[in-house]
Design a protein around this ligand. Structure first.
Ligand code: RTP
Ligand code: MG
Length: 141
């Protein structure tokens, strides 16, 4: 097993619900470490660039509108198989399909307001981590 880093975002709905700590706790209990973290209000441009892979999709405008609707917590999680481990903790994109006990099953309202983001591959993790953090902002153990 390999130690990986992945980008995690606590989305505006979960920040508004005041469940940042409960979500972080799930990462920590699963053995993932937070090695970089900040709370930010995304600009439209920053959100569009982040989700550029979806720019031709019908939900793109709503997605960008939602991601800029309030502050988010952006963080780097580190651990064994961190990319998949985080996706497993998150649950399915649509909370109605998310397994019981996952973050989206417990905290998300809808496919749009679905509480968290997690990188979906080593390539996207690398791109997404460097989209938000410089090397000096990541605190390696
Ligand atoms: P994320 O990127 O946010 O971690 O979510 P994901 O990998 O599970 O889903 P993805 O396919 O990358 O889609 C990104 C976000 O777009 C919204 N979405 N809406 N209405 C729809 O059919 C639809 N499909 C996707 C979701 O909020 C999803 O998290
Ligand atoms: Mg995705």
């Amino acid at each position: 097993m390999a130690v990986e880093r992945t980008l995690s975002i606590i989305k505006p709905d979960a920040v508004a619900k005041n469940v940042i700590g409960e979500i972080e706790s799930r990462f920590e209990k699963a053995g993932l470490r937070i090695v970089a973290m900040k709370m930010v209000q995304l600009s439209q441009e920053k959100a569009e660039g982040f989700y550029a892979e979806h720019k031709e999709r019908p939900f793109f405008k709503d997605l960008v509108g939602f991601m800029t609707s309030g502050p988010v917590v952006v963080q780097v999680l580190e651990g064994e198989n961190a990319i998949k481990a985080n996706r497993d903790l998150m649950g399915a994109t649509n909370p109605k399909e998310a397994e019981a006990g996952t973050i989206r099953a417990d905290f998300a309202e809808s496919i749009d307001a679905n509480a968290v983001h997690g990188s979906d591959s080593p390539e996207s993790a690398e791109r997404e981590v460097s989209y938000f953090f410089s090397a000096e902002e990541i605190c390696a153990r």
